[in-house]
Design a protein around this ligand. Structure first.
Ligand code: ZN
Length: 427
């Protein structure tokens, strides 16, 4: 009786699913679906994907008459499946209640995040929560606090670093099992050198802003694993020879770039006194809303001359071209939103905005999807379990109603999200 009821409920919730009374071999089977192969940039049609526990246990060519025994069968006819997305620049581990936003991330297909600065205790608490209950949120990699100069940009979430405290701070964070060290804009070169040496010694990456006291070339040579935003990189734009030399250097040092174009788009909008409103606003934490309203008020009261607005626009155009040039030169790119780092960027949704911006500068959808899926898995060293739709990998998956290769904006046409083998969102 209960089982029938469960089936009925499932049928109500997820039309197109069916239930069987036999004991099931698989939790979820998705039949006759087109797989987006982000590694080889191709679409593999008519596949059936078998999920057992939290992993993909088998993928085979769809056979119309094959009897499938599974708790849940999803008819993937006309649909597309791809690995879950990673927001590689987010700030979600700095306040106790921000796990309330996890379901939003999952709803938008964000099944993994790299937290770029917050509170190490909250980070560890959230990581534990997701480990114990994988459907409750995205997989989290995080840095804990931001390491900045003696007078940090963001006093609340930063540790002011000097030559004297470097070892002690790093030992403490390392003991608290951070995944990487987040470096910021005002770190003196001597301190950054010590951080680089520590990172090498302990085999832990460091990533973040390029320090104002270093050139992009020096930062790449130091071994900094990723550059966030386009700070300092803009100076390469007008010097063609330097740009080419830099890209060679960055490739040889395996430097990644997470451009977060969306934050520059927002800055242009702010200069025009536009503040992007989305339904998600209502779901945000009060502290976040208050900060946004504060910024909105300040910008609204500020007098932007037409020239200033134009200059912001020009700069944004250059920033977009710069990202395109990095892509053309084979610099590995990551996709991040900087949610809670900049106002009016929304959790989950803005990752799709970022992908749309990358499409607008001519980067092909396959490459963009790779940046949001396989690249993060490579970057984080978890390629064995994440980043592609393949046998033995984690079943963190997104089913789309429309083809994202014909238009990246179709990534918003989400039919179902699967996290760790369980359906977390279905329309
Ligand atoms: Zn940030």
């Amino acid at each position: 009786m209960n089982f029938v009821k469960t089936c009925m409920l499932l049928l109500v919730h997820f039309s197109g699913f069916s239930c069987f009374s036999q004991s099931a071999s698989y939790n979820v089977v998705i039949k006759n679906i087109s797989v987006i192969d982000v590694q080889n940039s191709k679409i593999i049609p008519e596949q059936t994907i078998y999920i057992k526990a939290d992993r993909i246990s088998k993928i085979e060519k769809y056979k119309r008459h094959k009897k499938i025994v599974s708790d849940t069968i999803i008819d993937g006819t006309g649909k597309f499946i791809l690995p879950g997305f990673w927001d590689m620049h987010i700030h979600i581990c700095w306040k106790d209640n921000l796990h309330n936003l996890f379901p939003i991330l999952l709803n938008y297909g964000v099944t993994g995040v790299r937290d770029m600065g917050g509170d190490v205790n909250i980070l560890n608490r959230f990581k534990k929560q997701v480990k114990n209950n994988p459907v409750s949120g995205p997989v989290i990699f995080g840095a804990g606090p931001i390491l900045d100069g003696e007078e940090p940009v963001h006093a609340d979430f930063s540790v002011p670093m000097t030559q004297l405290n470097t070892r002690k701070v790093l030992d403490s964070l390392y003991a608290q099992k951070i995944d990487f060290i987040k470096v910021y804009s005002l770190l003196p070169k001597s301190v950054l050198d010590s951080i680089a040496a520590y990172a090498k010694e302990k085999n832990i990456p460091f990533a973040g802003h390029i320090s104002e006291y270093l050139t992009p070339e020096e930062a790449s040579e130091s071994g900094q694993k990723s550059f966030e935003h386009l700070n300092r990189l803009e100076e390469l734009y007008d010097d063609k020879n330097r740009f080419i030399a830099f890209t060679k250097l960055a490739r040889s040092h395996k430097t990644w770039i997470c451009p977060t174009l969306i934050i520059y788009k927002r800055k242009v909008e702010f200069a025009k006194k536009e503040f992007f409103a989305h339904d998600l606003y209502n779901d945000l934490d009060n502290d976040i809303k208050n900060e946004w309203e504060q910024v909105k008020k300040t910008k609204q009261n500020k007098i932007f001359t037409e020239e200033e607005a134009l200059r912001a626009e020009e700069r944004y155009k250059k920033q977009k071209l710069l990202v395109r040039k990095f892509y053309d030169k084979g610099i590995p790119l990551l996709i991040g939103t900087d949610f809670a780092g900049i106002q009016f960027v929304y959790p989950g949704f803005s990752l799709h905005e970022e992908m749309d911006l990358l499409q607008s500068i001519g980067i092909p959808p396959f490459a963009i999807l790779k940046m949001a899926t396989l690249n993060p898995a490579i970057f984080l060293g978890i390629r064995e379990s994440y980043g592609t739709v393949e046998k033995k990998k984690m079943a963190d998956l997104i089913i789309l109603d429309e083809n994202p290769i014909s238009d990246i904006r179709n990534t918003l046409k989400i039919n179902t999200v699967v996290k760790a083998g369980k359906i977390v969102n279905s329309k």
